[in-house]
Design a protein around this ligand. Structure first.
Ligand code: BLA
Length: 317
């Protein structure tokens, strides 16, 4: 019940946007990532019961510093999904942000659903993926288990949503061979393709959730928990959206949003620190290096082959 107003708002957006979307060129007044969220929640509800996550209460009504900015935050859990949360930010004729993710309970080794899009009048920067819990190059068994039957998706979209260019190898290790990493001009046609890809990827993920069998080995559950905690720790510290969140919400609220909402679990799923996981970021005085990447950007083209085998050659610079 607590999510009703946001979802009504969301429905309203879907119903009234078509006319504005027809106007074409640049960032359309009516374009919104709300319909992505609406689709995902509706699909999830068809299969399972969504229970509001405790984090929703604090963040569902957050406001940006600027009046023209609408922030929407929703979070749920299900019997298998520990945290399904969505953040959208809309600034009329200016920026549109989507950050949608789903994390399973540690009893499952399922990939993390990850849809991030940052749209300005100039371009849309997009990551859409089932982020692996384990390295798909080192762990061939994990790659076989989840990505073998998923590679058809990237073949379907790679032409319309081409590789976005050089990327830091630090980000790349959290991506799967089926990742959509792309930068495009924010036209209606491009966003329609993105919406279609989002629907396909989300449906596949939901199917995997349905089929997921609970792990019983304590050791494996602990490994799943630590892998998820490492991911949360990385993103809570280095997410490219963080500077913008600070600007829009102020430093303190942005920090709370990142730690208690977007990457909730970073404080509770494990005790290791960022530097325990990523010691290469240690500065001489023992603090965390603020640089996002220590290695630099590389991989001008998609570094996986059609079967999901890593074929990238990392070059510095
Ligand atoms: C840029 N966001 C990017 C880039 C990536 C991502 C790869 C390109 C810059 C780069 O090479 O680092 C997204 N990176 C990811 C994701 C993972 C990762 C999803 O490693 C997962 C492991 N983006 C958002 C949100 C905002 C946002 C919520 O998701 C804002 C509130 C903004 N992303 C944003 C902006 C840029 C960006 C402004 C361009 C500026 C920059 O590159 O610093």
């Amino acid at each position: 019940v607590s999510s009703l107003p946001s979802e009504l708002h969301l429905l309203a957006c879907v119903c009234t946007s078509s006319e504005a979307e027809m106007s074409g060129g640049g960032l359309r007044a009516g374009f919104s990532y709300q319909k992505f969220v609406h689709f995902a929640l509706e699909q999830t509800r068809l299969r399972t019961t969504l229970v509001p996550h405790p984090s929703q209460e604090k963040f569902k009504s957050i406001k940006a510093n600027e009046d023209n900015t609408i922030v929407n935050a929703l979070s749920f859990s299900t019997s298998k999904i520990r945290l399904l949360r969505s953040l959208t930010i809309e600034q009329k004729n200016s920026i549109q942000v989507l950050d949608f993710a789903g994390f399973l309970e540690p009893e499952y080794d399922l990939p993390i659903f990850c849809a991030n899009a940052f749209t300005s009048p100039a371009r849309s920067i997009v990551v859409l993926d089932l982020n692996p819990l384990y390295d798909t190059t080192e762990r061939k068994d994990y790659r076989e288990k989840y990505y073998k039957n998923l590679m058809h998706l990237i073949h379907k979209y790679t032409e319309l949503l081409p590789w976005g260019g050089k990327i830091t190898s630090e980000s790349l290790r959290f991506f799967s061979p089926a990742v959509v990493w792309t930068i495009f001009e924010p036209t209606e046609a491009n966003h329609q393709v993105l919406y279609s890809a989002f629907m396909d990827y989300y449906k596949v993920w939901l199917q995997l959730v349905d089929e997921a069998v609970q792990e019983t080995s304590k050791e494996k559950i602990n490994l799943n928990r630590e892998a998820q905690h490492k991911y949360l720790t990385w993103r809570a510290e280095k997410d490219p959206g963080y500077p913008l969140l600070k600007k829009l919400l102020g430093e303190s609220l942005a920090k709370d949003l990142v730690e208690e909402f977007l990457f909730e679990g970073v404080g509770a799923l494990g005790t290791k620190s960022f530097l325990d996981y990523f010691p290469e970021y240690t500065r001489d005085d023992g603090t965390v290096n603020k640089k996002r990447s220590m290695v630099g950007k590389s991989f001008e083209t998609r570094p996986w082959d059609a079967r999901g085998e890593f074929v990238g050659v990392g070059k510095e610079g």
